[in-house]
Design a protein around this ligand. Structure first.
Ligand code: SAH
Length: 230
């Protein structure tokens, strides 16, 4: 009996080490090599077990340089985009951040490693519920998941230091702008369809919004009607 426990321990240990190596490689070749340099972002992406947040059938692809399906016609962005968006809000340990589009919970976990509190909203109920369970199992006590329409933001917890939106609306939802702190940042893909979206950075200065267009992106659409029938 004791021997079995020992073998299991060794196997688990080597598997964890295997994924750690893949993460270190991902950070080096996909992130650092492409200009991501924020030490806390790199540290978080070396740590969060992306393979435990994606569906089992794509686990072996978790650290590849590409997006992955997470079910319900949704996708998790490629690691570079997650890192880029996290770096763009200039995350700091004391911050309170809102994410719209929890999906697998990966982006929320990366934020959870860096900032004080993460509030994340997912419109597809089973995805939100699964992410909540997975994040709790991984020990993220500072990440709060809500199932609902992220268009309205999370007024009870506003204002936020930063907001990350991971689905693309036609235009930036006004409630999110209203729930952003002075000097705060929103990073969001905007555009009517996947071929014409661009990533934008919004900054609030003296109550006014300054917008910077970054580069073309492809995100799943930001939807308004509840998909709770899934
Ligand atoms: N950040 C996620 C990727 C999410 S993909 C991750 O790290 O895995 C975008 C997600 O946004 C999808 O799960 C989609 O269901 C969700 N979504 C789309 N419109 C939404 C809305 N109005 N409110 C909340 N979530 C929304």
């Amino acid at each position: 009996m004791k021997l079995w426990f020992f073998i299991l321990f060794i196997l688990t240990f080597f598997q964890a080490d295997h994924y750690q190596k893949l993460r270190n490689e991902m950070v080096k070749t996909q992130l650092e090599a492409n200009g991501i340099h924020h030490p806390l972002v790199l540290q978080a992406m070396r740590k969060v077990p992306r393979h435990l947040l994606v569906p089992g059938n794509v686990r072996h692809l978790a650290y590849e340089d590409g997006p992955l399906p997470i079910g319900y016609k949704q996708t998790i962005s490629q690691p570079y985009i997650v890192a880029y968006m996290t770096e763009a809000i200039d995350p700091k340990p004391g911050m309170k951040v809102l994410e719209i589009g929890t999906g697998s919970g990966y982006q929320a976990a990366v934020l959870g490693e860096i900032v004080a509190e993460v509030y994340t909203i997912e419109i597809v109920k089973p995805l939100g519920e699964k992410a909540q369970k997975d994040l709790a199992e991984l020990g993220y006590k500072n990440v709060y998941v809500r199932v609902g329409d992220g268009y309205k933001g999370w007024p009870e917890e506003a204002p936020f230091d930063a907001i990350i939106v991971t689905a693309a609306p036609d235009k930036v939802p006004q409630p999110l702008i209203d729930q952003l702190k002075e000097e705060g940042k929103i990073i969001i893909p905007v555009g009517p369809n996947a071929n014409t979206q661009e990533l934008r950075l919004l900054e609030k200065k003296k109550g006014k919004i300054r917008t910077t267009s970054l580069f073309p992106v492809r995100f799943v659409p930001f939807v308004r009607d509840s998909l709770s029938h899934y």
